[in-house]
Design a protein around this ligand. Sequence first.
Ligand code: F6R
Length: 602
Amino acid sequence: MCGIIGYLGKNEKKEILLDGLQELEYRGYDSAGIAIIENKKLKNFKAVGRLKNLREKTKDYLSEGFGVSIGHTRWATHGKPTELNAHPHMGAYSFVVHNGIIENYQELKKELQAQGVNFLSQTDTETIVHLFEKNHDMSNNTWQAFQTTLSKLEGAYATLLITEADEESIYFAKNGSPMLIGFDGEDIYFASSDTPIIGKATEVYYLEDGEFGYAKDGKIYLFDANGEKAFSTQALATDKAMAQKDGYRFFMEKEIYEQGQVMNDTMMGRVLDDKIDLEELDLNLFENITNIKICACGTSYHSALSASYLFERISKIPCQIEIASEFRYKEPLLREDTLFITISQSGETADTLEALKMAKRAGLKSLSICNVDNSSIVRESDASILTRAGIEKGVASTKAFATQTMVLWMLAIYVAQAKKTISSELLEQELQAMRETPKALIVNDKLHAKMTRLSKRYLHGHGFFFIGRDIFYPLALEGALKLKEISYLHAEGYPSGEMKHGPIALADAELFTIALMPKSLHYEKIKSNVEELCARDVTLLAISPEPFELADDYVQTTYNSHPMLEFFEMMVITQLLALEISVRLGNDVDMPRNLAKSVTVE
Ligand code: F6R
């Protein structure tokens, strides 16, 4: 998730921008840049990698006097993390930074290229600055040109634009991506979140979607679809650590709440009206492929396991799943008609990386699903799809799992489209369910309060069993993993139909069973499995749209005709349960003992 900073005023601008970008590092980035206009002088610096590279490049530069300035940390989505793709993007006399995705950029780019515009980068963002300059060349009016530009953009954005055609203003717009404006007398700041301006600004205004305008002479001129509007500021927080968590107690909690929003990013430009479009893939990748092998560790392995059901059911392609650390030493028989998919949040997991290298040595084509562009796994793969979850700080993975699962679901449909194994009716149903997913991920206060209340009953006992069938079995595994990682209580995920083949011997009142009982998939089957456990007196927490009278505790979910919507809703519930149990036990939620965020050792 990119970060944006902007400053209009008399103070030295380079340090304000670089310090601000430093505070946005937590959002994740792979390149950074700044642009400053003052005294008719325009300066622009960009660097790939850490901010220290940008600091090094700018060390001999200091801005002087009044000016306007913008900066950006980029998390690559369209195009590799190179200097040319880093923001600010440049036209002939203007610069722009942008967070979000312009969905119709290809259309706009084609139109501009047809008019002779030369593009330097592969990004969607560059279209904004060229479009602005085209409009300005026609109207000779910067404000009008900016408004016309916005009217052409589809998708999500927070954007800042500065131009030599109006050296005293910063133009801004927000639609779907975060941006706020900070005030300190006549100095004006823009940022993606509070932290970069804490200690600098004293008052803040959080822009709403659909708002846009410009900053000039120490004032903000704010507009929405109805015209110019009044706004009032509020006092800015003073605690930076708290501000990074956006008011949540833990990063993990923030990341659970963020899932609805990041899912929009994951789907943007990919879930179209009538198909799935994965522009990063070339259909050649699937040529002569007759089966799929997916290899991953931990949570990423669980998303792989749920995808195996989707690949076989929807894409009609055989799909095997491998735990990377096992795969490496089993002397696997690898065939060149297998597409080798790796899944990794960090892109650096040693076992997964080594498994990928083995598959490549055996001549297999490879595809990675990853959250970090330019990571080792992405670089090693023939193709990759980024999950666009933004940086995940909580060691226990939440939004990374959600977005991996969504990418795999999209991929299953994409393969089905290519193989023509999906009817147009089914395709329409799948696309519709995908569009509804962000809603299924919304955490409402009542639900969270209920999980907090319930958690006090689940702090002891001799173990937890999370059970489910079909895609809800991997979700049960993931629910159990979340709980053990941050509560240190023993938990297992199990296929509910397997309980009678052994684990049922453990059943007694001290065995906590969390049953995932979706209505849209095998409800009667799982119900019988759960009844068998209730007859042995387990303590049961049922998660289902359907009330279940044998349950000791019951969390009601929404009746949904699509299993994936039930999947995502239940996923949030299990995440909240783990979180609240961990909080009650007084554990370190974000940094649980013995665990690391990136496991680069075997
Ligand atoms: C659990 C968790 C781990 C990771 C595993 C693989 O919450 O985060 O189980 O999923 O270490 O890591 P990546 O996905 O980075 O390859």
